[in-house]
Design a protein around this ligand. Structure first.
Ligand code: AMP
Ligand code: ZN
Length: 466
């Protein structure tokens, strides 16, 4: 398996630190708002990487943090007259709902910055003891960037060029413009913790170094996030962890490209900003997931209504094929796989191999999706009612294998939107029982407006999309 490593700027063969195990740390969102579709990209991509690793038999320890103390959280808390933790708890819960909708598996651990302050104080102390950090008069602790001679190795920045663009602000007491904050004193009204230096709170970068060490160890396999994190966040994490632990930090650094909207940077001020929740009002979030996987993770990806429509159609094709195959299998005759079916299965296996080859090549999900479509086409022309149950089940297994790795749910009843439809159908049945035909008709019309047609059959109410 090859992974493009930002550290070497090349595709490297994946060799885990410990045989059979994969430790992954993915920088998570700062929780002061509903997550936007840009934040969803690393969640979906690295969840897919995890699923593929698990498919390969690795025991994956996946850690993704929530940054729950930060200027933006505090500002929002002050504006709304509530505590910072009320804001962060609310948006963590909302984020988890969005993750579920996108079929992103919960991490092995989702640590919170505010729960890891002791570890941060300990690491900062070690950095001070080793001469990599210093305390100034007001109790701020800075990292002594120039002391870490490899600074810039991830972002390929030259320390002198960086220096040239920086000035020390008058109010700062740091030794060098490149030094960054590890701990800072509280301001009035802000949450704070006791520390040996002052009552205050940590800088942003230290939390990830500490959580990665605590939950995954000093040396980890994969550290990931969006490409905006390469500098300074990940560069600073390397400086902190390698100086404190005296060991190389992450073996492979993976970064996803940015998501743009209509070929422009997504931003609130441009008015082209979507939350995952906005999208969920129009689409099943599975469509968003499928859309994200249709491009290579390192490429920039443009979000547009047309591309979402194309993704909806594509996903529908896969789901329909899977549904049809399930129905065929259920009613097919038992019996030995025939010689002709065996030949067909070899062909079907070829698509799985293609899919695996795409994933082994730095998780080329775009080619992976293409392999799924090839299998779908093959199923549509070769899956027939007269075939044996065993053969059809084998086809089903191959399609399910690829869909599971991509996190695509092909069973209609399991999908979020479908749950809502089924709840409405149940409500309509209840209304009819109570002879509330007005409500029953209203529900029928509401579903029709969503393109759902109901059919009353002997086995109960069935529905389909038109
Ligand atoms: P943040 O909450 O800004 O720290 O972001 C959380 C994660 O989302 C990080 O891995 C970011 O790199 C990633 N991210 C933020 N915006 C985008 C975007 N427009 N496209 C892709 N990834 C993004
Ligand atoms: Zn981080």
């Amino acid at each position: 398996m090859k992974i493009y490593n930002t550290l070497s700027r090349t595709k490297e063969e994946f060799v885990p630190v410990q045989e059979g195990k994969v430790s992954m740390y993915v920088c998570g969102p700062t929780v002061y708002n509903l997550i936007h579709i840009g934040n969803a990209r690393p969640m979906i991509i690295f969840d897919t990487v995890r699923r593929y690793m698990e498919y390969k038999g690795y025991d994956v320890n996946y850690v993704s943090n929530f940054t729950d103390v930060d200027d933006k959280i505090i500002a929002k808390a002050i504006a709304e007259g509530v505590s910072a933790s009320e804001i962060s708890e609310k948006y963590i819960a909302e984020c988890k709902k969005d993750m579920e909708g996108m079929n992103v598996k919960p991490a092995t651990t989702h640590p919170l910055a505010t729960q890891e302050i002791d570890g941060m104080i300990k690491m900062i102390r070690t950095l001070i003891d080793k001469g990599y950090a210093y305390v100034v008069e007001d109790g701020t602790v800075y990292y002594r960037t120039r002391k870490f001679t490899e600074y810039g190795k991830l972002s390929k920045k030259n320390i002198d060029d960086l220096e040239a663009g920086k000035r020390i602000a008058v109010e700062e007491q740091k030794e060098d413009a490149l030094d960054f904050v590890l701990w800072k004193p509280k301001k009035e009204g802000e949450p704070y913790w006791e520390s040996p230096w002052c009552q205050g709170r940590p800088g942003w970068h230290i939390e990830c170094s500490v959580m990665a060490k605590k939950y995954l160890g000093d040396e980890i396999d994969i550290h990931a996030g969006g490409e905006d994190l390469i500098f300074p966040h990940h560069e600073n994490e390397i400086a902190q962890s390698e100086a404190a632990n005296g060991k190389p930090f992450a073996k492979y650094w993976m970064h996803n490209g940015f998501l743009n909207i209509d070929n422009r940077k997504m931003s609130k001020s441009l008015g082209n900003f979507f939350t995952v929740r906005d999208i969920s009002e129009k689409y099943d979030l599975q469509v968003l997931r499928f859309f994200m996987l249709s491009a290579h993770y390192r490429s920039p990806l443009n979000f547009s209504a047309d591309l979402m429509e194309a993704s909806r159609h594509g996903l529908e094709r896969i789901v329909t094929a899977a549904e049809r195959l399930r129905e065929l299998t259920a009613s097919a005759a038992e019996g030995q796989i025939t010689e002709q079916e065996r030949t067909l299965l070899e062909e079907a296996e070829g698509f799985v191999k293609k899919f695996e080859a795409a994933m082994e090549d730095d998780f080329n999900t775009a080619d992976g999706v293409a392999a799924i479509f090839e299998l779908v086409k093959f199923i549509n022309s070769n899956g027939k009612a007269e075939q044996t149950k065993a053969f059809l089940a084998e086809l089903e297994k191959r399609l399910a294998l690829m869909c599971d790795i991509m996190g695509i749910i092909t069973e209609k009843k399991e999908r979020g939107l479908d749950k809502e439809i089924e709840a409405l159908i149940a409500e309509r049945q209840a209304a009819r029982k109570e002879k509330n035909f007005a409500r029953a008709d209203e529900i029928r019309d509401q579903l029709l407006a969503q393109g759902i047609v109901l059919e009353d059959t002997r086995e109960g109410v069935k529905w389909k999309r038109v």
